[in-house]
Ligand binder design. Structure first.
Ligand SMILES: *Cc1c(COP(=O)(O)O)cnc(C)c1O
Length: 488
């Protein structure tokens, strides 16, 4: 054997000088706090300039550039070109604003880097507490179970997976879908596209998702829904689930959830409610009546990164029957078996409630935000957003140059600029130009949708920084751009 000539050099990712990283860390925190504080002074959104696009195509960094250089590049090329959803005049799609406490708690969670599989650790207890709080906030029964997930889309997948397995009538996990008749699900035409994706992903086939017409208020036609179920049963299919909207994506329409719950009870069908947008309105005593029946759902999907203003990403699914929930996902493996003590000294694992094994500590930001701000504050902010939507709808109705295109029962307002000389195609083109100009000028970011063939500006206010004068500015800009667009 050769004698060892050199001592073994062992490396890690830790800094050799902790003081340097500490200084950099403090700078980052200072910079980002200021970034939040000064958000109103910046454009809502701006295009990345060419040098930035090029800078973000750099070759694979094989050798270290160092944390300072990485941070400088972040400051130069990444930070100035965000989605814009932290800005007070961002109302596009349905995006939450985040908060200072949310931001800082992401740092804390990343520092701990806990893997929230389960285990006897604080992170597990924190997530269980957050789920308990959400259950209480949404008036779900104490015995129900839940899981934090990446967002409403995943919450819908998990909820419908539980529904599918619980309602199949045979051991779907073992036998697979081929062992039974076609299972059908029912949702209004206003239902979010993630539902179709969920149904496809679950192997049910999108033609099993029956889209039911809506009335003038854009809520599901319950009679038509009942008739469809009866026809499908008659044709030998197995209706398994009705999907109710608590805040539908286009206009915020809330289905009559009480009637849906009654129907599901009668028909012995699973009720899944997509509350990605509207479920948090349950916090407001004034808004709660509109959601009546939601608490009777068998499963409920909601987003905390939308109307609870928490940083991306965090959503939640609640399931009334813990047994059904576990029935869809629980599994065992020797390497995950509980032990008589130690880290695996508790039998509980979150992987028995969803598809993921390793999971981030996203519960921490929810726990921190709820503690720091308190639920009453959230209730007031949600009411404030609804009041602001009402204010905007009022301004639209007062103007002869603007037209409201759907009722605005919640926090979403759909409207357009109108001019007597233009036909529908002309109005669609003009309003699209208005939208693009609003975004590209950095003045405001609404998004768009098409209602009955009409292109409209869609303002979804899930923003705790918005003030009424921001909406007044929007209205002025839309009218100005519309008039200007008429001339060109
Ligand atoms: C946003 C949204 C979803 C999807 O949620 P993500 O968090 O984006 O995955 C589902 N349903 C409705 C009604 C939504 O608004």
């Amino acid at each position: 054997m050769e004698p060892r000539e050199q001592a073994i050099v062992e490396e890690s990712l830790d800094p050799t000088d902790w003081k340097e990283i500490e200084t950099l860390g403090h700078r980052m925190v200072d910079d980002l706090i200021y970034y939040l504080e000064s958000v109103r002074e910046r454009p809502v959104w701006q295009k990345m300039p060419e040098p930035t696009r090029q800078a973000l195509k750099e070759p694979l960094p094989l050798d270290p550039q160092g944390p300072e250089k990485a941070y400088e590049d972040f400051l130069r090329h990444v930070l100035p070109y965000p989605t814009g959803n932290i800005h007070p005049r961002f109302w596009g799609w349905v995006m939450g604003t985040g908060s200072a406490v949310g931001m800082l708690s992401e740092l804390l969670a990343a520092g701990m880097n806990s893997n929230v599989v389960g285990f006897d650790q604080a992170a597990t207890a924190v997530e269980q507490q957050v789920l308990g709080w959400l259950r209480e906030m949404l008036c779900f029964p104490p015995g129900s179970s839940g899981l934090l997930v990446g967002g409403g889309s995943m919450a819908n997948v998990v909820g419908l997976a539980v529904a599918r397995n619980a309602m199949a009538g045979f051991d779907l996990r073992f036998d697979g879908l081929a062992a039974g008749p076609r299972m059908t699900l029912y949702a209004s035409v206003e239902t979010h596209s993630s539902m179709r994706k969920a149904v496809e992903l679950l192997g049910l086939g999108s033609r099993s998702l029956r889209l039911v017409p809506v009335g003038k208020d854009r809520t599901v036609d319950v009679e038509a829904l009942a008739a469809l179920i009866a026809a499908d049963r008659h044709a030998g299919m197995r209706p398994i689930a009705v999907i109710g909207n608590a805040g539908a994506v286009n206009s915020g329409a809330i289905d009559d959830l009480e009637r849906l719950a009654d129907l599901c009870e009668r028909e012995r069908i699973w009720l899944h409610v997509d509350g990605a947008i509207g479920a948090p309105a349950m916090l407001s005593p004034r808004l709660r009546p509109a959601l009546r029946g939601m608490e009777r759902a068998d499963s409920l999907a909601l987003d905390l990164h939308k109307w609870l203003y928490m940083p991306y990403d965090i959503g939640c699914v609640l399931v009334r029957s813990e047994e059904a929930h576990r029935g869809a996902f629980a599994s065992s493996a020797a390497y995950l078996a509980p032990t008589s003590g130690g880290l695996s000294g508790i039998a509980f694992t979150f992987s028995d409630y969803g598809p993921q094994l390793s999971r981030s500590f996203r519960a921490l930001k929810a726990w921190m935000c709820l503690k720091a701000y308190g639920v009453h504050k959230y209730a007031r902010l949600i009411e404030q957003n609804v009041e602001q939507a009402r204010h905007l709808a009022g301004l639209v109705e007062q103007s002869s140059e603007l037209e409201l295109l759907a009722p605005a029962p919640l926090n979403i307002v759909c409207f357009r600029f109108v001019a007597p000389d233009l036909d529908e195609a002309g109005l669609n083109a003009l309003n699209e130009r208005i939208l693009v100009e609003l975004q590209e000028s950095g003045a405001a970011v609404p998004s768009s949708t098409v209602l009955d063939g009409r292109f409209c500006l869609r303002v979804a206010i899930t923003n705790h920084r918005t003030r009424r004068d921001d909406l007044e500015l929007l209205v002025r800009e839309v009218v100005r751009l519309g008039r200007e667009g008429m001339k060109s």
